[in-house]
Ligand binder design. Structure first.
Ligand SMILES: [Fe+2]
Length: 262
């Protein structure tokens, strides 16, 4: 995809872990996930950064693996305009995603160029597991994609965390072959950003030239640094990512205050 103004940053909205259900009234941990999802989308559309060049959705789109949940997600997202890049999380049904979300403006997995940047969408889903993994085949495909985009800056997008979050229970369901993943990233100097979901909390770290970002859920958040499962009282969140033509990455998280549903 070509861009007319190469000086302006590429603008990306990342949302994650929407955990939608077959019905709009369903709650997860006391939160109506359809309400929080639509509140986050409304918040994004009122921001000065809107419209964005791409929306990144880093998994756990639907909680109950329902067709109706994916159709609802599709209906809300396809009217927004920008391309929507999706990857499955541990709660998703990758088959349903391929069936329902591989029509424009949606794209599930793969790699795309926009201007000086390439997006590599990495599937870390393991059947029947909450943890994620890549294995030799996906690691090899990642290395091939990074070579094919050698002249581009690259953002790698995934569901499971490749870096420890400092939370024992959560790190027990992270990316199993994180070391192998990091060594592929370390041997390709075009990667500038790695962004994920799954952990329902914000984090922002530099490792070498690469910015590693976790993004809050559009519903409830997990308490950072807790060794046992615990909820945080932070509201729904989203992340803005601005990708500059010189490889620079600027980012910010917004928290969206909600009125309780009656
Ligand atoms: Fe997850």
């Amino acid at each position: 995809m070509a861009r007319s103004d190469e000086q302006a940053p590429l603008k990306v909205l990342q949302i994650s872990d929407t955990h939608l259900h077959a019905t709009v009234a369903s709650r997860m941990r006391g939160v109506n996930t359809y309400d929080t999802f639509t509140a986050v989308l409304n918040h994004a559309q009122r921001d000065a950064r809107w419209p964005v060049d791409a929306i990144l959705v880093t998994g756990d789109i639907v909680q109950d693996e329902s067709r109706a949940g994916y159709l609802r997600f599709r209906a809300e997202m396809q009217v927004l305009g920008p391309p929507v890049f999706c990857i499955p999380g541990n709660h998703d049904d990758p088959k349903l995603m391929d069936e329902l979300l591989n029509v424009p403006p949606f794209k599930v997995g793969g790699d795309m160029r926009i201007g000086r940047w390439s997006f590599v969408l990495l599937n870390t889903f393991l059947t029947g597991e909450d943890a994620g993994g890549l294995g030799e085949k996906r690691l090899h495909a990642l290395a091939v994609a990074l070579r094919e985009h050698a002249n581009q800056y690259v953002i790698v997008c995934m569901h499971h965390q490749p870096l420890p979050m400092g939370s024992a229970w959560l790190d027990g369901v992270g990316l199993r072959d994180a070391q192998q993943f990091l060594s592929v990233i370390d041997t390709h100097d075009n990667v500038r950003c790695v962004a994920w979901g799954h952990v329902h909390q914000a984090s922002d770290r530099m490792r070498g030239k690469v910015r590693y970002l976790s993004t809050p859920s559009t519903c409830s958040q997990f308490l950072p640094s807790s060794d046992f499962f615990a909820l945080d009282n932070r509201p729904p969140g989203l992340r803005w990512i601005e990708l500059y033509a010189d490889g620079r990455v600027e980012t910010a998280v917004d928290w969206v205050q909600m009125e309780p549903r009656q």
